[in-house]
Design a protein around this ligand. Sequence first.
Ligand SMILES: C[S@@+](CC[C@H](N)C(=O)[O-])C[C@H]1O[C@@H](n2cnc3c(N)ncnc32)[C@H](O)[C@@H]1O
Length: 743
Amino acid sequence: MSSNKERAKKALNAMKLLGFSKKQATPVLKELLNIFNNNWEPIEDECYRALADAILDRQDNKQTPPSQQGNQAAHAHSEHDRQQYVSAIHDDRGEDDNETPLVKRPRMGTANFRAELQPFESGPQQPTVSTQGALSVSPQNSRGVTRSLTVVLQDAGCEYPLAVDDSFIVKEPKPEPQIDIAEINIGDHLTEPQVDIAEISVGDHLTDRDFLTGPDAIQLSDGSSEQTAGSGARGSMVKQAQSLGRSKQKAPLCKNGVGSMIQNTQETSFVEVDVASSANGEVKMSLKCSLESSNFSISMEEVFKMVEEKCLHSYKVLPPDFSIGKLMSEVCQSVVQLGTMHSEVNRDSGSLHNEVVAPFVKPIACEAAVDINDNVAGGSSVLDSSEPCLQNSLVAWDPEFAHCKQKTTHDTTDISKGEERVRIPIVNEFGSEKCPPSFYYVPRNLVFQNAYVNISIARIGDEDCCADCSGNCLSSLVPCGCARVTGGEFPYTPEGLLKTEFLDECTSVNHFPQEHHRFYCTVCPLERSKNKASPGPCKGHLMRKFIKECWSKCGCGMQCGNRVIQRGITCKLQVFFTREGKGWGVRTVEDLPKGSFVCEYVGEVLTSSELHERAIENARNGKHKHQVLLDAGWGSGVLRDEDALSLDGSFYGNVGRFINHRCYDANLVQIPVEVETPDHHYYHLAFFTNKKVEAFEELTWDYGIGFDDTEGPSKPFRCMCGSRYCRDPNNLRRMARAAAKRK
Ligand SMILES: C[S@@+](CC[C@H](N)C(=O)[O-])C[C@H]1O[C@@H](n2cnc3c(N)ncnc32)[C@H](O)[C@@H]1O
């Protein structure tokens, strides 16, 4: 048996390892020996637990006012007191009394020991090997989960298992009053390169003094970093800070290169930081923050991430590549686009040169306008007019689509998604819809199913091509075979414009159809496709002028002046939302001289039966489609169903499907163009300007519809073309004019 002196030395050493000085421990030990009648066993029990507790109690009592002090030890000289004190210690062990002895209130503040945090559920506690009195904190720290803390006092030769909860050991740093964000970075001195989260970092006000007091060493369990800290609680903070320190290093910068961190190094101030920018930095979006008395930095990436999570929470489904950062950059880019557009308008109009034009205009309700047509229109999409001039006409469009409730896949910077040689942006300054309803953008016609479009070299005879030409056919002295269709003269000028004479003739066919030759079928495929018991009489098909372009069987090159429409769109167009209630429309963003090729009307090639079937289907669904008959060349005998063709741009189409109607004085004229097929059942329908068109003027063509048509399965829209020659009897302006005349 050791002597009292040895036992006292051991006890004081044990206390020293817990951070209690000899001066603190000696009087308490004396008191306990007194209480226990110099019996060492209850003191040595459980690795001097009674002694440690008594020291802590004494410290507690010192902190309470003298009036409230109930110095148990000092008054425990009687046997009664002694019993009470001993049982008080044991009561403190709580429900686990029979198993693991517990110390309820170990103060780790100045302790110097090694400890491991483990969840209770994690099985038997592993004995731990002490190093130099270091504290190791397990990586997980889930709040509210009670963990065991094993303290090994190697010098004392025993384990000291403590049950503590997170609130005790893992004391979270007090959040700064203005910053309601969980993660805190205590600064640059803690850096580790692996954690890829970006955080709010709090700088100088949470200094080493706050966290890292004392000389005690904290060793992180992964051993990856050695920093000093004074307590277990602080250790956990250091651990957290450590990971934040790592993250800070890896915090990604915004892709567009704008500042990605909000930083405030002053006590009370506004900080302004760029958060997004257009591609070339002309437009920037910034945030103004006034988070007082903080010295902080916030990663914008983390802010975006938080907003994205909120969006996901609210909207449930988001595209996988949804990004607030991108969205903000898109806003900046759109401002650039609109700004450019407006400044071009101003420059071209010459009136507003120095005026700063707000890029956004007060929106008007677009749905009301659409509703007007919605009410008027209805039924099938096929326009079945009794007017001969309705042949080759565009049928009613789907107003339901115009509500833009469908998910759209359009790229607002280019509706053609790169399919055209030029970008065709989508712009909406007036309505709430960002994009037109979905459809597949195709730059060329596609056969749906049964249409007979036979593109073969063999079908093109020598007389229908110019195999012997080379270079540019327009510059040859004698026009080649390809000019035969146009009376031995090419329709194009060397500048690539349609010749005025040719153009005017084509326009005149539209304006005065009754003065032009018409072909009447014996049995009209259009009538036949209606599957009536006895097909109605043919209403006549206008014989239109054709353009014949050189093609692949010709010897000339792609730059030949007689190849215009096959080179595709070259002028700058925009799909925009019309303010008059016509839905989307097309405008040019540059001046176009008379005779300029604008675009083709592209869609699926349907037979008249297929067209009719779609019409019935659409009537059933109350839908209206973008369809146009190809009937310019029906004068070549009896047409089979598969030869009587139409184009439907509803599901597959190009920018042409957005061109709105204007009665008589439209600025575009539609002209049939023969390219790869010699017969005239199938042809390209190309739009050319029939007058000079100024930048930002809407492009329109005359659909050739009769608005008083009540016979057909569908009624066309109420016309809002604004033309003084508007044919629509329901046109409000026209009615107003008529009323004024009557007065
Ligand atoms: C081929 S689409 C033209 C593009 C259409 N605006 C859109 O938003 O998709 C034809 C439809 O546009 C509308 N539209 C075209 N011209 C119009 C006009 N002059 N007045 C009113 N609506 C018109 C009609 O609803 C018509 O059925």
